[in-house]
Each structure stands twice: as structure tokens, then as C-alpha cells.
Write a protein that binds this ligand. Sequence first.
Ligand SMILES: [Zn+2]
Length: 246
Amino acid sequence: MRLKTQLASLIGRHIRVRPAKLAGRRPVASISFDDFPKSAWTLGGPVLARHGVRGTYYTGGSFCGQTVDGTRFYDAQDLTELAAAGHEIGCHGFAHQPVSDFAPDDLAKDAERNREFLQPFLNGAAPASYAYPFGRVSPRSKQSQAAHFSSLRGTHEGINIGRVDLAQLDVISLETRLWDEGRIQDAIGRALHDHGWLILYTHGVSDNPGLYGSTPQMLDWALSRLKAARIDVLPVKEALPVALGH
Ligand SMILES: [Zn+2]
């Protein structure tokens, strides 16, 4: 990642574009998949179904039907199926480039292109939730993107508790590269204790998930721990009003 992108992201993170205070009435969790590899639906979907929970699939339009570096991505049929099963289709930009790399007009065009791509799978509605590609932000891009979504998610590690920026919610990773059961268990404990909103994220789900994905067993383990803690798991769009106490 270029230094300019990293600097913009660092500065952007500290500018609260949509500050909010979470109500903290009860803990809530969301499970999300970025990009997304087809396995997040074909192998991740059944794990979610076994636990009776629905997730958020942050979809980048340019990945549709593609195989990139050996990873097969979702296709239109997958989007149709997961929407029918009640999962949320979120927006992850079309071209999957860091937002800070775009000129202002190009960022708006990319966002519009992804909204248009997703609308047929959302009964014509616009996606409500957004995840920044690579978790990268900039002050300008946060402002412009926030206008279009009810919540926006980064990849900065943390639990959303108390005062948060709805234009850059924090996450706990379920990816192999960061996998640590103790860390996830601690996060669940803290969400439970402080009535926080825990947003988990990964990419693909398979027996050979690579650094950025999870195995079905890892996903199952995390959902089992949430169930044991009696924390409801809801798509991001539905968890937001719960977290805000609306
Ligand atoms: Zn991504």
C-alpha cells in the first residue's frame, strides 16, 4: 500500500464523520464477508444456517463471476440465493480500490456503479451498509461515502462500544492470518459486559482458506461462542438500530 494512502487512512480514522453514541442496552453481533469469495456463501452459508443466523455480504461488483489468483468469487445466482435466505447484501465498492486512491468524481462513479449493480438483488433498493475496500479511508472519502449509507465499516480492530463513528465501525477479524481464539473470546466477553456491537469479518470459507479466509470450523466456533454468550447475531443493517437503541 502506498505511503500516501496509509497516511490519508491514518488521518481519516481520527476524523469522526458520523459520531454516534451506542445505547448499550444489550450486546449484539454481526458476521460479515468481504468481496466475496463464492465459498463464503456455498460453505459459509450452511454454517450460518445451522446456527440460525444471517450475515452481511459486502459485495464488490467487479468480482462477480470472476476467478482471481485461484479464488473463485460469487456470481449473480449466489446473490439471488443469499438475498432470498434473508442475508444482507452490503456495498464494497465496484472496482475494489482503496477509496483514497480515487479522484472525487471517480469515487462517486465507482460507488454509483456498485449501487446500480446491486439494486436488482435488493428489489431496486440501495444497499444500506458499506465496507471500505482494504479498510482504507481518507477524510474526504469518508465524508462523501457516508452520505450514501446508514453505516460504514473499516478493518480497524475493535469492539463498537459507547461513542463510535458510524462512518468507520471497527471489527474483529476471523481470518486465518489473525486467528487467536483467546482474542476472540475476550472480545465476546467485552461485548457482553459493556453491551457492545461486535462485528466479525472474514473473506472466503473453506478447508484451505489462505491468510484472509476462515475454515468452516473457525466460523462455527465463533458462532458457537456467541451463542453460548447469548448474544444475538444480526446482519449489520438490522444490528444498527439495536445498537443505537431505536
Ligand atoms: Zn475487500
